[in-house]
Design a protein around this ligand. Structure first.
Ligand SMILES: C[S@@+](CC[C@H](N)C(=O)[O-])C[C@H]1O[C@@H](n2cnc3c(N)ncnc32)[C@H](O)[C@@H]1O
Length: 223
C-alpha cells in the first residue's frame, strides 16, 4: 500500500506535468510518471491496456505480411502487440525507459522490438524505414515548438509507399486546452502532410463517450 488515495494517484500525473512544464523540462515528466506508477503511487491516465479501437479498425483486413511498422510513444505496448499479431514486423518506442521495460515484461516472448527513443531525435536508420508509422496521442501531450517538431518527425519515418496513421483528440482553434491532452486543430493535423507525405483521409469523429470526445483519425501516404 502506498497510502495514497485513488484521487491522489490520478492527480499525480497532472502535478508532475505542470511542474516540468514550469521548469522548462517538457519531456521530463513521462519517466517519473511511469516509475511512480510502478511503485503504485500514480495512475498513468492513458494506460487502458487495450489496443486503440481506431487502430484496430484501420488494421483489420490489412495483414502485415512481414511489412515494417513503427509505433510512436508506445506506452505499455498494446498497439504494438496488436499489429504484431496481424503479421507486421513491429518496432515500438517510448521516451520513457520504464514504459518500455513494462511493455517487455507484460509481453514476454513478444516479437516486437521495443526501444527507448525520442521522436524528436530518432535513430538515423529509422529514416523512411517503415511501411506503417502509428502515432496515437503522443503529439497531443507535447506543446509549442516540440509539437511542431514531433509532427514533422513522424512523417520522416515513413518509407516510400508507406502510411502514417495519426489518432488524436480534436479541437477548434480557440477552444480551451486540456491539462494533459492538448487536442490538435485541423491545421496541426494537416501539418503532418509535409516532407513528401500526402493526406489520404482525415476523419473528424466523435466517440460514444459521455460527453462525446472529438478525435482526428488521419491517414497520410508517401508515394
Ligand atoms: C498520451 S501517451 C499515449 C501512449 C500510447 N500511444 C497510447 O495511445 O496509449 C504519450 C506517450 O508518448 C510518450 N512520449 C512523449 N514524448 C515522447 C517523445 N518525444 N518520444 C517518444 N515518446 C514520447 C510518453 O512517454 C507516453 O507514453
Amino acid at each position: 500500500m502506498t497510502g495514497k488515495t485513488e484521487e491522489e494517484r490520478r492527480e499525480y500525473a497532472h502535478r508532475l506535468a505542470a511542474e516540468h512544464m514550469e521548469s522548462g523540462d517538457p519531456l521530463g515528466w513521462f519517466e517519473p510518471l511511469y516509475s511512480a506508477a510502478e511503485r503504485g503511487e500514480a495512475v498513468v491516465p492513458w494506460a487502458h491496456l487495450v489496443a486503440n479501437p481506431y487502430l484496430v479498425e484501420w488494421a483489420g483486413g490489412r495483414p502485415g505480411r512481414g511489412r515494417r511498422a513503427l509505433v510512436v510513444g508506445c506506452g505499455m505496448g498494446d498497439d504494438a502487440e496488436h499489429l504484431a499479431g496481424l503479421g507486421w514486423a513491429v518496432t515500438a518506442f517510448d521516451v520513457s525507459p520504464t514504459a518500455v521495460e513494462a511493455a517487455r515484461r507484460r509481453f514476454p516472448g513478444s516479437p516486437v522490438r521495443y526501444a527507448a527513443a525520442d521522436l524528436l531525435a530518432p535513430p538515423q536508420e529509422w529514416r523512411q524505414a517503415f511501411d506503417l508509422v502509428v502515432e496515437i496521442y503522443t503529439v497531443q501531450v507535447l506543446r509549442g515548438e516540440l509539437r511542431e517538431r514531433a509532427i514533422r518527425a513522424a512523417g520522416t519515418l515513413v518509407a516510400p509507399g508507406g502510411t502514417l496513421l495519426v489518432v488524436a483528440r480534436a479541437r477548434e482553434d480557440g477552444e480551451p486546452l486540456g491539462r494533459i491532452a492538448r487536442p490538435l486543430t485541423r491545421s496541426e493535423i494537416d501539418a503532418f502532410a509535409a516532407g513528401g507525405l500526402r493526406p489520404v483521409r482525415v476523419r473528424d469523429v466523435y466517440d460514444d463517450e459521455t460527453p462525446p470526445v472529438r478525435r482526428w483519425v488521419a491517414e497520410f501516404a508517401r508515394d
